[in-house]
Design a protein around this ligand. Sequence first.
Ligand SMILES: [Zn+2]
Length: 406
Amino acid sequence: MTDEYLSLLADLVRIPSISNAHESVQQSAEAFSDVLRAHGCDDVEILGNGAVYGCRHVARDKPVVLVYGHHDVQPVGRPEAWISPPFEPEIRDGRMYGRGTCDDKGGILAYIAATRLSRDCNVKFLIEGEEEIGSPTLGALLEEHRELLRCDYAVLCDTPNFATGVPSITYRLRGNVVIDVEVRCLERPAHSGKFGGVAPDAVQRLVSLLASIELPAEPDESIDLPFDEQAFRHDVGVLPDAELPSRPYERMWATPSLTITGIEATPVAQAGNQINAVVRARLSLRSVRGDEGRLVLEQLAQPMVSARVISHADPWKADRAHPLFEAARRALQRGFGTPPVMTGSGGSIGFVPPFASLLGDTPLLLTGVQDPPCNAHSENESLHLGDWEKAMHSGACLFDELARLS
Ligand SMILES: [Zn+2]
């Protein structure tokens, strides 16, 4: 079976479906439509903006699973940094290299292949063509095709695994509230010698105000995964003198954080002996409960301070008590021969909130085929072929487990 899928994936990767390259995305959508038809899907159609739909019906009394993935890809980055060209897939040391191999053509193809191995569920596929530019029309598309996409369970197969060979279920994401804040204390800059200490200083006020902001923390003791500090320092570029906090995964996934992503005052090169009259900053508030934006705005409500929300994405958390997760755990264990780990993500994912609102109480299952060395979004993206085959079997096991649940 693998040889057939290796050449199928290679053919799909040869189509340079970078999100904004409409012709290639369309060509890729048609190629995926053919793949779905070849796997017994009926009513295959392109719903718009490169989003492909198809359903493999087996029986009315079987559960309906909606599987989401995407076939658009990131731009290639620096072409000279690729060892083999991004759209000429090559296999080296058990990995297939090429743009889109793991993110997400291989991810969705694993579940398509799984329909050959199992006839336990009716499987609807939605393969998007705009994921890498933030799924701008996905919400409207899900709304428009609400009936067509009706399902008992949804599997979103585009999230990373904790380690090679270790399957993972992503069960929580932080949200992001972007806030602009401005502090204005003087009509014009003032002499720091003559007036310093008495005339209010906008920059001083901003930094002490931001340093005083308190965010609610609700520890998540269930997060207990081994942390490789050396690898983290290397990957993130943390300098040797910088200390890291304890329980880093809990901090990144389950604790709110406030980052000043931009600040405007007098640039150093133009600084004189003057007190700044005004200062502006942009904040990125990573939220966990969902009310942190309001709490920060309340604390910023001070004289001479104005603040406003520029954009906002809600946090998301799955109900891990739902039987779906036990079924998924069993399926991944069967497919990989290793129990899966439950992971979070500090960032938000554009396609999750539209699915969460489409499905209401139906839980979402986030899982995928990307392992840490896969370089998704960077040069030399690759897919671990051993994990890929295990993902196909896990997919089939998942259909089996879901059929038993119902
Ligand atoms: Zn992706």
